[in-house]
Design a protein around this ligand. Structure first.
Ligand SMILES: [Zn+2]
Length: 353
């Protein structure tokens, strides 16, 4: 992998990740861009103890542009995009309309391929591995920024999820605090460690799931299952079998095997609802240990956390979406219409032959 860092016309950083070590990325951003003005503020909700990023500048962001004006395609001739070069393998750049910026963190865009009409599931194993390496490198780089406590790599796929650009891409949020969901996991981890005399809750859950009926697929270095209390109609958790706190901890064997396993999961997701159905909208979310202090979680150390990916869809059946309505949005109590055992069975039925 070759990495080339450059600056866009408005000062934002852009990094090319190339498969070929002799790739030359010298193109200059020729757009007359004003320096970006971002006004993102983090407000803490006193009653809930969580935080809200207020980012009013996002109202002006690019919304469903026509394919020939896609800002994530490479620049070609006089059609200038966010990517100055006329081609790329994987590219990462600072979001022009970030939800988090400055002391409040950082938001980046990851373009998985220059092919506008592809999706992640269409990538070759080599290309998917390059994305994994880019996620890993960004996690490392962002973790060194002084304000950053947690790095979150994710993909929203499909207009139903609210994706405003059709080009295959994901995002990385670097938060200046530990997110509520990670804090909940760390609290459960601390309580279980204390109550069990030192057992790791992630290890216990993975061992139990692997012995049960909700396994979706298992390889030498990875395991995927539908969790016992899945929140979403179709939800899969993918763990490396050897517990590591973050993407940086994955060894070469797990990295080499990841593309095959993850591409298979994504391809199964597109088959859940049968032939002729539009591609399944999904969210793929990497959970990594925070980089900040863990003083609020007594007895827990960083290495207790288990890197894993949570993949889920908001589609519950053909043509119908699961909405976060009264119980979910009002009280944070999920109602799931698809039994997790049935979801796991379906995800095994649609395996590639
Ligand atoms: Zn595009």
């Amino acid at each position: 992998m070759k990495k080339t860092s450059t600056r866009l016309a408005d000062g934002r950083e852009l990094i090319y990740y190339d498969l070929r070590d002799d790739a030359v990325r010298g193109a200059v951003d020729r757009r007359p861009l004003e320096p970006t003005v971002t006004s993102s503020a983090i407000r803490r909700d006193e009653l809930l103890g969580d935080r809200v990023a207020v980012a009013s500048h996002r109202q002006g962001r690019t919304y469903h542009p026509p394919a020939d004006e896609c800002p994530l395609c490479p620049s070609r001739g006089e059609r200038l995009s966010e990517i100055p070069d006329s081609s790329y393998d994987v590219v990462v750049f600072e979001n022009r309309f970030p939800s988090l910026a400055g002391d409040s963190g950082r938001c980046e865009v990851v373009c998985f391929t220059s092919d506008h009409d592809a999706s992640f599931a269409d990538l070759s194993e080599e290309q998917a591995r390059l994305v994994l390496d880019a996620w890993t490198d960004r996690t490392s780089e962002l973790s060194h920024l002084p304000s950053v406590e947690q790095v979150f790599c994710f993909e929203n796929r499909g207009a139903e999820i609210g994706v405003t650009l059709g080009h295959p891409h994901g995002q990385i949020y670097a938060y200046p605090f530990i997110t509520p969901r990670t804090a909940l996991m760390l609290r459960s981890l601390a309580a279980h460690k204390e109550a069990s005399g030192g057992e790791n809750l992630f290890d216990a859950v993975l061992a139990r799931e692997l012995a049960g009926e909700r396994v979706v697929l298992e390889s030498a270095h990875w395991a995927a299952f539908v969790p016992y209390a899945a929140h979403w109609p179709y939800e899969v958790h993918l763990y490396p079998k050897r517990r590591v706190p973050d993407l940086l901890g994955l060894d070469e064997a797990a990295r080499t095997e990841f593309p095959q396993v993850y591409l298979e999961l994504l391809r199964r997701f597109d088959r859940i609802f049968g032939e002729g159905e539009p591609p399944t909208p999904y969210i793929a979310a990497w959970h990594q240990a925070p980089f900040g202090p863990l003083a609020d979680f007594e007895g827990v150390v960083r290495d207790d956390f288990a890197l894993h990916l949570e993949l889920f869809t908001i589609r519950r059946t053909s043509g119908k979406l699961k909405f976060l309505a009264g119980s979910e949005s009002g009280m944070s109590v999920f109602i799931n219409d698809v039994p997790p055992e049935r979801a796991a069975e379906r995800l095994r039925e649609v395996a590639s032959s």
